[in-house]
Unconditional design. Structure first.
Length: 114
């Protein structure tokens, strides 16, 4: 069943998500396909980093995302966080991420390593 948000200014018949199950108890795949990271390459350069010890999102998932984006022609700069996990990885690499964002606004070149 589609979720509708007329209070957000959308027509009442505009589907914006999937809330039920379909086709023999299998979750509807349309929403998953539309939101699946890696399906399309980002148009802007990406600084992507992932901790080996990430306890929430396996490291292999981050590596696969990088591989899919690179295969689709994205400009990806990848960093492996050797010591750390999900939260500490964000903390230890937030300055580097901010520096790369500032570089984009300043027109400096990216350092993609696909």
């Amino acid at each position: 069943m589609a979720t509708r948000l007329p209070e957000a200014g959308l027509p009442a018949d505009t589907p914006v998500g999937i809330t039920g199950y379909s086709q023999g108890g299998q979750a509807g795949s349309w929403a998953a396909d539309q939101s699946r990271l890696g399906r399309t390459a980002p148009a802007a350069p990406v600084y992507l980093y992932h901790a080996l010890g990430d306890e929430l999102i396996p490291y292999a998932v981050g590596r696969q995302l990088r591989a899919e984006w690179c295969a689709r022609g994205a400009s990806v700069e990848w960093r492996t966080i050797r010591v750390g996990e999900h939260v500490s990885g964000v903390i230890t690499h937030s300055l580097a991420a901010g520096d790369r964002l500032a570089d984009r606004f300043a027109g400096r070149p990216t350092h993609a390593d696909c």
